[in-house]
Design a protein around this ligand. Structure first.
Ligand code: 475
Length: 847
């Protein structure tokens, strides 16, 4: 564009200002314009989905203006930036979050109402962006919201999977079946395709010595990698608006495309089909999110995804750095990279490769820079969840990287040996390469060695990371390298958006909505915990939310004609990925226990029982047999209890399995919970984040002393305000040995439950026999038999507390009031100070 004429420039600026205006008529213009010219529709054939699309495009326009301004501002201010690398971003829906963060909800609502449309009803038309499995992916999404809200110069990087986490359906009322989640079917208004931003990514091939013939030689390891296969990484940008600020950050998602548009030579050779197949192979790389949570997939395609991701991301980061014309020594002052678990840890090797092989830096100088750039977040200590890749696979797919890993390991082990001369056992333990019948690369060790800081995600978890998982490394590097950053959640989505009723009540009581930006403000609610009127309003909100969930269940969950759930009953919720360590099995065995007790109770005794609805939800990894069996058992128990001929009993106990748990369902379920279950074996759940969401919404917890439960209890005022049971983390090793070798007496209540299932009371028991027998022989790794007696006992304390509604409401208010610490705003500030060394870069005040 020729802008040399001042008048031309002014015209551009004036028109842009017009485009940014959000008064009623501008919104209406933009909406109508999208109905006609984006969708080619008219008000006569506009259905709800079309209206959603037009509204979404209109909101997107607003978003993009602010986003461009933010990016220009960052470029001009040139601060150190942090890059959050994650193979998963579990975003959920976008539209409502956007208009709330940009303070446009009322404006849109009014503008569309005048046009005969209810804006709020359009939210339900949106499909979730579900590019993540669970906790780790949702954490990345919460952190982007907080980074934007606090004006940090940050950028997220991820993959644009064609298929997100699978859709779960329940077949025959009991079994999980998976369906592909083709979320891009109707195009995605929340992304901007950047066809101008594309990088080549190579795989396979061979390594050649550099001219001096020194490839792989310690001290002088420059070499040339000639990949045999290339694909392209194309950028798709997803704008992330902060709350109550003009900052709009970016998540850049890579999509794989074939290198050349069309291979004419193979066409001429009559190999047309081959060239199309090649094209499809390239697109394969980003086609599907691996559906494993807390277990690595171990597939070649997954390793390809990981390298594809870091290769494109580093080219992008380094291109931005090179525009600054600074020496390489400045890299750590401009670039911080956070690794969300080990999944992107090949980035460490890739950066070393680029610096040494492509830019000619000396090994040691490059390595010192690499270590100052990277930091690594660990999300699990489960041994089977730690990523390891076969050396043979890595050698084939990434031959140069494999050599670099061997060299990194060599120098590292030499330095360990200097500190601990002759301690070969230590070298074996600490080696990045695990020796065995098949050599493996331990990705967690690579991440530790290549980073300046390693963090766990809750205090107890970080203690275990330091004292057990990476004990040798903490001894070698010193404790300072290992820090804790307790996870947090965004109060915007998880209270204000998910629970507008409670949000309004809190704002009314506190006299302002400042708590949305400073969650510690909630502590002022404590003063009203016993206030009669406030208590009533608080209970009313919960009731409303329970009724709305009951309605959802009635409409969308197959309840086999069982009738509506009683929203007066206590709602007991466990929604999360199905995993043995999370112990949904213990929960359902507890349900059976309660059922048997109610069955034998007299009419008199029954009058004393608090009616409960047990609500389950969660997906099992498709290849995780035991997890699928647990889903089956939950549903079997559900089907029998809900169909019990005793109508009086059915009023006291009910079980629901809500299929296809998702971010959007979480927003419905969490505000409706009275009590939620966070009952992992102590020392196994790194943090948990739904525990925070439940408490923030006035639900109480029943849980073990695990993950963030421990800190939640501290902040709300102790375990008197939550329901604790079970073994402590320090006792777990010893208990495992006892269970395994000494077989302590199994509690009769537990035996009875197992016998009931084995007797066929819940249908053919043969699928479950093995799983249950393992528990009572030597296979109770997660200590269900050990914790079981104290679990129903804790549930009785829940019942007792619930009977006193005043006491319960006071606890609920006090729980919520103590949640200030668990805002993701606090978490990202911790990261900024303790790990990244970055500062906010707020937009200049607009003129
Ligand atoms: C922990 N996912 C929670 C949460 O810190 C914690 C994804 C792909 C492959 C393998 N695993 C994953 C996880 O490991 C994961 O989600 N971990 C979770 O991270 C956030 O709150 O306790 O289990």
């Amino acid at each position: 564009v020729d802008l040399s004429n001042i008048a031309t420039l002014e015209l551009w600026n004036k028109i842009r200002k017009d485009c940014e205006s959000v008064d009623t008529s501008s919104i209406q213009r933009s909406f109508v314009n999208h109905v006609y010219s984006t969708l080619a529709r008219t008000p006569y054939n506009l259905d709800e989905f079309g209206a959603y699309q037009a509204a979404a495009h209109s909101v997107r326009d607003q978003l993009i203006h602010k986003w461009i301004s933010t990016q220009q501002h960052f470029t001009r201010s040139n601060p150190k930036r942090v890059y959050y690398l994650s193979l998963e971003f579990l975003m959920g829906r976008t539209m409502q979050n956007c208009v709330i963060n940009m303070d446009m909800e009322e404006a849109y609502s009014k503008a569309l109402r005048e046009m005969g449309l209810a804006f709020e009803t359009l939210y339900d038309q949106e499909t979730d962006a579900a590019l993540g499995n669970g906790g780790l992916g949702r954490l990345a999404a919460c952190y982007m919201d907080s980074l934007a809200t606090l004006d940090y110069p940050a950028l997220g990087y991820g993959l644009r999977y064609t298929y997100g986490i699978f859709e779960q359906r329940i077949r025959n009322g009991e079994d999980q079946v998976e369906y592909p989640d083709y979320w891009l079917r109707f195009t995605n208004p929340w992304e901007v395709a950047r066809v101008d931003v594309a990088y080549p990514v190579g795989f396979y091939g061979s390594v050649h010595n550099d001219s001096a013939g020194r490839a792989g030689q310690p001290g002088q390891p420059a070499a040339r990698w000639e990949p045999a296969e290339f694909v392209q990484a194309v950028a798709y940008d997803v704008p992330i608006p902060g709350y109550d600020t003009d900052t709009v950050l970016n998540i850049r998602l890579w999509s794989s495309k074939p290198q050349r548009q069309f291979d004419l030579s193979s066409f001429n050779d009559g190999e047309y089909e081959k060239s199309v197949a090649e094209k499809q192979r390239a697109e394969n790389i980003t086609s599907v999110l691996y559906p494993n949570d807390n277990t690595p997939a171990g597939k070649e395609l997954r390793l390809k995804q990981q390298y594809f991701f870091v290769c494109a991301t580093l080219q992008d980061i380094l291109r931005r750095f090179s525009k600054l014309n600074l020496p390489w020594s400045e890299l750590p002052n401009k670039v911080g990279i956070q690794l969300n678990d080990t999944h992107p840890s090949l980035g460490i090797v890739e950066l070393q490769r680029v610096l040494v092989d492509e830019h000619g830096l000396e090994w040691d100088i490059a390595w010192a820079l690499v270590q100052r750039v990277y930091a690594y977040t660990n999300h699990t200590v489960l041994p089977e969840a730690l990523e390891c890749w076969p050396v043979s696979l890595m050698e084939r797919l990434l031959p140069r990287h494999m050599r670099i890993i061997f060299d990194i390991n060599l120098y590292f082990l030499r330095s360990v040996e200097q500190r601990f001369p002759g301690d070969y056992e230590r070298l074996r333990r600490m080696s990045i390469i695990e020796e065995g019948h098949q050599q493996m690369v331990r990705m967690a060790y690579l991440a530790v060695v290549g980073s300046h800081t390693v963090n766990g995600v809750a205090r107890i978890h970080s203690d275990l990371v330091r004292s057990k998982l990476f004990r040798d490394f903490a001894e070698f590097y010193g404790d300072d390298k290992f820090v804790n950053i307790t996870n947090g959640i965004t109060p915007r989505r998880w209270l204000h958006v998910a629970n507008p009723q409670l949000s309004a009540l809190i704002t009314k009581r506190l006299g302002s909505n400042r708590w949305l930006k400073d969650l510690t403000e909630l502590s002022r609610l404590k003063a009203f915990a016993d206030d009669e009127d406030f208590q009533q309003e608080w209970r009313q909100v919960k009731r409303t939310r329970k009724e709305s969930l009951a309605e959802y269940i009635q409409k969308h969950v197959d309840t086999a004609g069982e009738g509506p759930v009683n929203s007066e009953a206590l709602f007991d919720v466990q929604v999360k990925r199905i995993h043995e360590y999370k112990r949904q099995l213990m929960n359902i065995l507890g349900v059976v226990h309660r059922y048997l007790r109610i069955k034998e109770a007299s009419a008199e005794e029954r009058r004393d029982i608090v009616p409960r609805v047990f609500i389950f939800g969660g997906k099992a990894a498709p290849g995780y047999h035991t997890a699928k069996l647990i889903i089956k058992l939950i549903n079997r128990v559900k089907n029998v209890i809900n169909a019990d001929p005793d109508a009086e009993l059915r009023k006291l106990i009910r079980v629901v399995y809500i299929p296809n748990y998702s971010v959007t369902l979480a927003e419905r379920i969490i505000p409706a919970s009275d009590i939620s279950e966070h009952i992992s074996t102590a020392g196994t759940e790194a943090s948990g984040t739904s525990n925070m969401k439940f408490v923030l919404n006035g639900g109480l917890l029943i849980g073990t002393r695990d993950g963030a439960n421990v800190e939640i209890a501290e902040h709300i005022g102790g375990w008197d305000l939550a329901f604790e049971f079970g073994a402590k983390a320090e006792e777990v090793d010893d208990l495992r040995n006892k269970v395994r070798y000494l077989r302590p007496e199994i509690h009769p209540a537990f035996r009875r439950v197992v016998e009931a299932i084995k007797s066929g009371q819940f249908g053919d028991s043969s699928p479950f026999v093995n799983m249950l027998d393992r528990l009572v022989s030597d296979g109770d790794y997660y200590l269900i038999t050990v914790d079981f007696p104290s679990y129903p006992e804790a549930q009785e304390r829940v019942d007792a507390a619930y009977k006193d509604q005043k006491k319960w409401t006071r606890m609920s208010i006090e729980n919520c009031a103590g949640m200030g610490f668990f805002s993701a705003d606090r978490s990202v500030q911790d990261y900024a100070k303790k790990i990244w060394g970055i500062n906010p870069c707020p937009p200049p005040p607009s003129k």
